[in-house]
Design a protein around this ligand. Structure first.
Ligand SMILES: [Zn+2]
Length: 257
């Protein structure tokens, strides 16, 4: 298994990160994408990846980081990826849920990161909240040149199919396991498994049976089990395919996956 979206550098793990990594190994989670979203977290992802080989770092500027200094933040990201190995740009994208003050700036910042990803031949990790159509319009405008993943996808099945046509992966997390999560289950059912990924987005969005608690990467198994159930295939088969999808997207090599 590969957890394709985690924030294990968060404060929530400062006392037991090594135990979390151990639980991953015990639960067959072989690799973890460590997703940065700001100057500070991009750096933390690098530092932890040098210390523990289970981690693969990314770097980006999250839409919630978008303020009047967004161009400075973007320029620092450009410099950062010149000097540090990253496996993806992101997370980045659009978020109109909390604040729409910088809506136009968010769009510019997202486009800039899409261009940066293309220029560096990297995939993009996309966050989209309450901004489904705008996010899609920006990605579509790159005409299939952009590759990436819609992380913790919360849109409709119809839109997910459009993303797949553009060569994107759809990543499902904890909400897939929630009883009332009709749309994520529909997306899981309706999208070809060759375009699906699993993730935790930890420390947020813990899957059932740990809903409401701190999430961690070993819990990605619950997402995988639910996916296998919906797809009516074995957990092993589901693991093999989604692990390969992640390897292909992020160009990471996993021994005996
Ligand atoms: Zn995230």
């Amino acid at each position: 298994m590969i957890d394709t979206h985690s924030h294990l550098f968060a404060e929530e793990f400062k006392d037991d990160l090594e135990d979390c990594i151990l639980r991953c190994k015990e639960n067959n989670v072989k690799k973890i994408m460590l997703v940065g979203f700001s100057d500070e977290t991009n750096l933390k992802a690098q530092e932890l990846s040098k210390k523990y080989d289970i981690f693969y770092p990314t770097a980006g500027v999250h839409p919630e980081e978008c303020d009047s200094t967004y161009l400075d933040k973007f320029n620092r990201l450009v410099e950062f990826i010149k000097n540090n190995k990253v496996y993806a740009i992101g997370e980045c994208g659009l978020d109109y849920y909390w604040d729409t003050t910088y809506k136009e700036e968010q769009k510019i910042l997202f486009r800039l990161q899409c261009e940066l990803a293309i220029k560096n031949d990297l995939p993009i990790i996309v966050h989209s909240r309450e901004a489904h159509q705008d996010t899609f319009d920006i990605i579509k405008a790159f005409n299939g040149k952009l590759k990436g993943v819609m992380h913790c996808y919360g849109g409709s099945l119809e839109l997910a199919k459009e993303y797949v046509k553009l060569g994107f992966y759809i990543s499902l997390g904890g909400p897939l396991t929630f009883k009332n999560a009709k749309e994520p289950k529909r997306v899981c059912e309706g999208i070809d498994i060759n375009h699906l990924l699993v993730e935790t987005d930890c420390p947020y969005l813990a899957p059932t049976p740990n809903r409401g608690k701190r999430n961690e990467s070993s819990y990605v198994k619950y997402v995988l089990e639910e996916m296998a159930k919906i797809k009516n295939i074995t957990v092993d088969e589901c693991d093999k395919i989604t692990t390969n999808n992640a390897i292909n997207l992020f160009k990471i090599y996993v021994e005996n996956n």
